[in-house]
Design a protein around this ligand. Structure first.
Ligand SMILES: Nc1ncnc2c1ncn2[C@@H]1O[C@H](COP(=O)(O)OP(=O)(O)OP(=O)(O)O)[C@@H](O)[C@H]1O
Ligand SMILES: C[C@H](N)[C@H](N)CCCCCC(=O)O
Ligand SMILES: [Mg+2]
Length: 214
């Protein structure tokens, strides 16, 4: 993992982007940035990273803190704020950075633009987090197709938590060449100690020529 600047997205909201970010911030020794936080301002993703990580990472302030726990296009409109793609610029003080999106790729940030457009503008390779639930195969393969269509490099797919073997296998077999897999275990109770144990159990598997080297 030479390049240490990535955009962490997910196959939807609540799939574990923040838990995975905390694990990878510690594993890779990166800083963290959540450009748009909507809802949970008293327990924001940045605050959770601060609480869970052992490495005391640099955390860049959010560009937008929206009160409503809703899609950014909706939360911002209710709060009289106009989000624009041109407002965002990458913190450049650090070589190693994880940027966490809000929800999945086609979450709107205003009436015309989506999270995937922000990813494209920032120009970082993507890490796509998936979690096992009925429907996750479709959500994962659609997300991969959208990234490929947009020409965004997909560096990793993260299998976050426990997976049904048939689900894991079919997703693995459809990863684009050059996309590696990261496996993060199911964590019983999310706290700093258990997160640190999970970091020690992270597995990264290289994907070459359409097949995994295990
Ligand atoms: N590896 C894991 N093991 C156990 N539980 C997990 C794991 N990853 C995530 N979870 C559970 O899923 C919940 C949602 O995770 P998280 O807040 O990281 O999602 P998210 O994708 O960042 O959501 P958002 O779109 O709001 O940013 C966590 O609070 C936790 O309960
Ligand atoms: C509020 C939540 N935790 C996220 N920050 C925003 C999720 C927006 C999801 C929109 C959607 O896909 O329907
Ligand atoms: Mg999050």
């Amino acid at each position: 993992m030479m390049n240490k600047r990535y955009f962490i997205t997910g196959i939807g909201t609540e799939v574990g982007k923040t838990v995975v970010s905390a694990a990878l911030v510690d594993y890779l020794g990166t800083a963290y940035w959540k450009p748009i936080q909507s809802g949970d301002l008293q327990a924001s993703d940045s605050m959770r990273i601060r609480a869970l990580c052992t490495s005391e990472p640099t955390i860049f302030p959010e560009q937008y803190q929206l009160k409503h726990p809703a899609s950014p296009h909706d939360a911002s409109e209710r709060e009289g704020i106009q989000i624009s793609l041109t407002d965002f610029s990458m913190p450049n003080q650090t070589a190693a950075l994880l940027v966490e999106g809000a929800g999945g790729l086609f979450v709107p940030i205003n009436s015309e633009e989506f999270m995937i457009d922000l990813m494209d503008q920032l120009g970082l390779p993507a890490i796509l987090v998936c979690r096992d639930y009925l429907g996750c195969i479709n959500h994962t393969l659609l997300s991969i197709a959208a990234l490929v269509h947009k020409g965004i490099q997909l560096a990793f797919v993260v299998f976050n938590g426990a997976f049904e073997p048939a689900t894991q296998r079919v997703i693995e077999s459809h990863l684009p060449a050059g996309t590696d897999a990261i496996y993060i275990p199911e964590i019983k109770e999310i706290n700093k100690m258990n997160l640190s144990t999970a970091v020690g159990q992270i597995k990264i598997v290289e994907h070459t020529n359409g097949a995994f080297r295990k």
